[in-house]
Every structure is written in structure tokens, then in C-alpha cells.
Design a protein around this ligand. Structure first.
Ligand code: GLU
Ligand code: MG
Length: 412
């Protein structure tokens, strides 16, 4: 479980005492430096790096960084507002020691996600990780809820020596094909080894539909840890590719037409260790709480996509019949609905049942995306929103006037 306590000047309670053993263990593994990572509003991962010997100071007093990145755009241009985006001010970056790991794909380096606080020790409103910690804490306090989450990662693998603005697929084999698996066998084996060494439990890694596209799915964690993990997994995918002379793209669309890269969110609500998506009286075993949570996500979906699919390229990906979830609808195992209700296999449903939110891509800030989706679901619980009808099949077969037995759909 991620610690939900805010960092504070002097260090989080108990953290400083952990530093000597941690520093010694890192040094013994040949780790010279630590990458301190957070994701800005535009979805870009920003870092400061420190020598391992500076960990104690970072844990106690944080590492300085300008707040200007909250107004950076994805192309590094900067917008300004009355309160943000000026050259003024400084923030302190505090590593979360529970999630600090040596990077197997980048020997000599370790990695840790950070929370950002002000020099006065207050929460920084622009810190997306702090926002997600707050959403999770409030759901626990108000409703006794906990969550399990995982973010799927799809990416395209290109030839590293191609011109910078050109994507040359590094594999030619077909979707889900053994040929493609063999073509990038060494790369994916090294990637799997690196992820495992970093404590990432991989569920599956396989060739996906689009040219030279792959996907990795990982085990579910609490939402903050799941967002951290998605950042770490992408850092590792990129690092291992570099060592193999390959280049990767997580862009929502990497070819002018066709299927793009998604970043589907898997999410389930739990209370007292019980999965609320299974064993209930509602549709497909959902409890009333799980149904209202799902209804809340659907009610807020068009707005949510501003956060979950935030770039112009996101809308090249969000096309019907490409399993990207462009219709505001839900269905059991329906990959064209924005929310796919995953019941899991008989015998394991109490563990596996969850919701898959599909109009999400990897241009999104994962902390903001998870925080906003959870907040929408909580609103469904608070307002006791009724669950709309479900769909089956591809809604592209009919217009807004749905045939009998099918829910009408609108674009998410
Ligand atoms: N690549 C598809 C997307 O953009 C998802 C395919 C799948 O269902 O895994 O969301
Ligand atoms: Mg996929």
C-alpha cells in the first residue's frame, strides 16, 4: 500500500531512519544515482536526478524544482496564467521510499516517484500524485472504499537508426503473431527480465494489433502505486529498447490511420477486503455500489476524456470499431464500449472482476486520469446514479436509435 501521508519538511515520519540501510543496499548494487520522477499536467514525465549519497537530504528536505512545469505543454512550450507559469517560486520534490527501485534497464540508476510540496511544507495544488492520494483518502474516509488499479501499456517498436521524425516498424509479423514475437524475442525477453527484477509482476506481454505494436499488462495495485508503475514500466520499455538499438512510441496514434496505442485503466472497488464487482445482486454479480460507481463514470465520460485522452492525437485514435471505446456505454466483455465490465472466469470472480475504462491513452497523466475516473465513480455513489442499459456488439451497426434490447449510445 502506498503511504497516504503528505511529505513534510524534515521528512515523512520514519523515512530518515530507513535511509542508511537503503543507501548501503543501493551502493552494493552499483547504483550511483536516483531518478526522481513526476508527471506534469501535459502528461510528460519530468525528472531531477541526484547522486545516491544525496538521498538522505532529499528525504528530509526535498529536491528543488520550479513549478513552471505545471504550465508546460507536451512540446515544451510554456503557457502562463496569473498564478502559474512565471519564473518565480520553487517546489520541493520528496521521493516515496516505498516505491524506490534500482533500474534493471539502466544499470547505475535507481528510480522513485515524488510528491511535490511548497517550501512552506504545504500541498502543491498542481501535484497530480498528491491529488490522487487525496481522492483515494477521501473515498476511504467517506465510503470505506479501497481500489485496485492497473494501467495497460501499448507501444510501437521502431528501428532506432531511422530519421528522427520517421517511424520504421522494427517487426513485420502479423497481429498477435508468433513471427513478430520471434522478431523481437531478445528485446522482449530483456524487458521481461528487467520488469521482473524491478518487482513489476507482469501478467502478459504480447504482440498487439497494429504494426510492430506490443502490449504489457501488469498486476493491480492501489491507484497511486498503479500510476507510479505505469511511469516506471514506460521508463523501462524505453531504456531496454535503447540498449537494443530500437525506438519506441507510446503516442495515441503513430500512423496516420488505423489502430493506435491505448492505456486502458482497470479499476475495481473493494470494501473490507471484498471485491464489490462480484457476488452482488446487480447485473453480472455487481453490488449496488459497483453499479453506481460505473454509472458515475459513464455520466462524466465526455468530460473525463479531456483528462484521459488529452492530446490532439488522442482523437486520431478514438475511432469506432478499433476497440478504443468511443461510445458512452458499457457492456460485459464488450471491447467497443467505453467501459467494459470484466467479470473474470468462474471460480476467480471475487478476485478478478473489474471495470476496464478504454478511452484512455498514454498521453494522459496517469495520476490525474485515475483520480478523475475514481472521483466520477464516487459521484455516482453519492448521487446513487442508476446504471443505464448495456450494449452488446459494435454499436456502429446502429445509430443513436438503438434496436430493442440495446442501450442507445453517444460518442464519449
Ligand atoms: N489498441 C486499442 C486501443 O487503442 C486497444 C486494443 C485492445 O483492446 O487491447 O485502445
Ligand atoms: Mg491491447
Amino acid at each position: 500500500m502506498t503511504t497516504l501521508a503528505d511529505p513534510r519538511p524534515g521528512g515523512r515520519p520514519g523515512d530518515l531512519e530507513r535511509v542508511p540501510a537503503l543507501t548501503a543496499a543501493l551502493a552494493a548494487r552499483g547504483v550511483h544515482g536516483i531518478v526522481l520522477a513526476y508527471v506534469d499536467t501535459a502528461g510528460v514525465c519530468r525528472v531531477k536526478t541526484i547522486p545516491t549519497a544525496r538521498l538522505e537530504a532529499a528525504v528530509a528536505w526535498g529536491v528543488g524544482m520550479s513549478p513552471v512545469f505545471d504550465t508546460f505543454l507536451a512540446d515544451d512550450s510554456i503557457v502562463t496564467t496569473d498564478v502559474l507559469g512565471s519564473p518565480d517560486g520553487d517546489l520541493r520534490l520528496y521521493p516515496d521510499l516505498d516505491h524506490l527501485v534500482p533500474l534493471a534497464g539502466q544499470p547505475g540508476w535507481a528510480w522513485a516517484p515524488v510528491d511535490r510540496i511548497t517550501q512552506e511544507g504545504e500541498r502543491h495544488p498542481g501535484c497530480a500524485r498528491t491529488f490522487l492520494r487525496r481522492v483515494v483518502t477521501e473515498a476511504a474516509d467517506r465510503y470505506g472504499l479501497a481500489f485496485k488499479a492497473a494501467i495497460e501499456i501499448e507501444w510501437a517498436v521502431g528501428v532506432g537508426s531511422a530519421p528522427a521524425d520517421e517511424f520504421v516498424p522494427a517487426a513485420t509479423g502479423p497481429a498477435y503473431g508468433a513471427v513478430r514475437q520471434v522478431e523481437l524475442s531478445d528485446y522482449t525477453a530483456d524487458l521481461l527480465a528487467a520488469l521482473t527484477a524491478q518487482g513489476v509482476d507482469v501478467d502478459q506481454i504480447h504482440p498487439e494489433y497494429a504494426p510492430a505494436q506490443f502490449e504489457v499488462s501488469v498486476g493491480a495495485l492501489d491507484p497511486v502505486a498503479a500510476a507510479d508503475r505505469s511511469v516506471l514500466v514506460r521508463q523501462t520499455i524505453r531504456a531496454v529498447a535503447q540498449r537494443h538499438g530500437l525506438r519506441v512510441s507510446f503516442a495515441p496514434a503513430y500512423l496516420p490511420e488505423g489502430v493506435g496505442n491505448g492505456g486502458h485503466l482497470h479499476l475495481s472497488c473493494w470494501r473490507d477486503g471484498v471485491n464489490l464487482h462480484s457476488g452482488g445482486d446487480g447485473r453480472y454479480g455487481m453490488t449496488a455500489t459497483a453499479q453506481a460507481f460505473l454509472a458515475g463514470i459513464l455520466a462524466h465520460l465526455p468530460g473525463l476524456t479531456a483528462v484521459t485522452a488529452p492530446s490532439p492525437a488522442s482523437y486520431l485514435r478514438l475511432q469506432p470499431s478499433q476497440w478504443a471505446g468511443v461510445f458512452t456505454a458499457w457492456g460485459r466483455e464488450t471491447r467497443e464500449a467505453a467501459v467494459r465490465v470484466v467479470t473474470g472466469t468462474a471460480g476467480r470472480r471475487d478476485q478478478d472482476a473489474n471495470l476496464e475504462v478504454k478511452p484512455v491513452d498514454l498521453a494522459a497523466n496517469p495520476y490525474l486520469a485515475l483520480g478523475c475516473v475514481i472521483a466520477a465513480g464516487i459521484d455516482g455513489i453519492t448521487a446513487d446514479r442508476p446504471l443505464p442499459g448495456e450494449i452488446t456488439g459494435d454499436p456502429v451497426r446502429y445509430g443513436p436509435e438503438a434496436p430493442a434490447g440495446q442501450a442507445a449510445v453517444t460518442a464519449a
